[in-house]
Design a protein around this ligand. Structure first.
Ligand code: 6CS
Length: 316
């Protein structure tokens, strides 16, 4: 077997490192019978994140790491990950929920599969933070702020609720957009902000922990369902083994890259951390977006969110 695995990130970043280790593990387990080509963001036909999802749906690639933020138009229910302040702040607990939730691993997974995207696992890439060309401490600071988001209506609604003026963009174009002032700011986990050098062209960063970044390990369902049982079992086993590995990977990178941002005196970035009271002002504005989610996705999607909220409450 020889398969293709596309990612939305580049060498040294979480998704790419994940895919490489995944490919190595699978090659080892299969005694070299399974090999994979791992693709960096944009390398598979020069595509954007949304194009890459389409390559998976068409079966041009077998495996992909997909961020739900780019599937808002195809699987609206996946926008559950766009909801700020939904998952616990404790990332270990959040990862436990991602691993065990029936709402996600059964119900949401079926909704994805119906659209030609089969999620095998959900993993966090870390808490998300804001960067901006001005300090972001209160919702007022977002007034008229040109926020870069991924391609998802509910991510945009979340920032509109803060008073911002969000506009989607592929991340490959984001550095220049921030540098030129076509966008005022963006959200991402710390490792990504540092590795993509966004901090070089942003004077401010806010540790907001308003959400965590979730990615999905996905396969083309026709390809996967037609595999012999023993091959599918090897894939499933590898997916499971990768979960703690990728959790530690993101934790390490997010911690050490914060120091690099703070220590970079050539292009200084002012870093502030929101107090619980300051976060509360955002949480209040973010809560009604859950109703918007329920109204826009219909009954099954709303029931999926109800169940997920129950599961989260049980952990808290
Ligand atoms: O901001 C983005 O769009 C990118 N962020 C991460 C953490 N991974 C890939 C994604 O495209």
């Amino acid at each position: 077997y020889h398969w293709d695995f596309v990612t939305e990130e580049v060498d040294g970043q979480v998704q790419y490192e994940y895919a490489q280790q995944f490919a190595d593990l699978l090659e080892e387990k299969s005694d070299g019978k399974i090999t994979m080509d791992v693709w960096e963001y944009g390398a598979f036909g020069g595509a954007t994140e949304v194009d890459q999802v389409e390559s998976l749906q068409m079966g041009d690639v077998e495996f992909a790491i997909v961020s739900p933020g780019f599937t808002g138009g195809m699987v609206p229910e996946g926008q559950v990950f766009a909801l700020h302040f939904l998952f616990p702040d404790d990332l270990e607990v959040t990862q436990e929920i991602l691993n065990t939730s029936e709402a996600l691993n059964v119900h949401l997974a079926e909704m994805y599969e119906a659209q030609g995207i089969k999620p095998l696992a959900f993993f966090t890439e870390g808490a998300m933070q804001w960067t901006g060309n001005r300090e972001l401490r209160t919702p007022d600071d977002f007034n008229g702020f040109q926020m870069r988001t991924q391609e998802s209506p509910l991510i945009m609604s979340s920032y509109e609720a803060y008073g911002a003026d969000p506009a989607p963009l592929s991340w490959g174009e984001l550095y220049l957009a921030l540098d030129r002032g076509n966008r005022d700011g963006q959200e991402n986990p710390i490792f990504f902000i540092e590795d993509a050098s966004f901090h070089e062209v942003q004077d401010h960063m806010t540790i907001s922990n308003h959400n965590n970044y979730v990615a999905m390990t996905t396969v083309n369902p026709d390809f996967y369902n037609e595999l012999p049982d023993n091959v599918r079992a090897l894939i499933d086993e590898t997916v499971e083994e990768m979960q703690p590995i990728v959790f530690d990977m993101q934790a390490g990178m997010n911690e050490s890259y914060l120091d690099s941002i703070i220590d970079d005196t050539e292009t200084p970035t002012e870093v502030i951390t929101l107090t619980e009271e300051e976060r509360e002002a955002f949480r209040e504005l973010a809560l009604p977006i859950r109703d918007e989610f329920r109204d826009s996705v219909g009954e099954d999607g709303a029931a999926m969110l109800d169940l997920l909220e129950e599961e989260i409450a049980a952990f808290e």
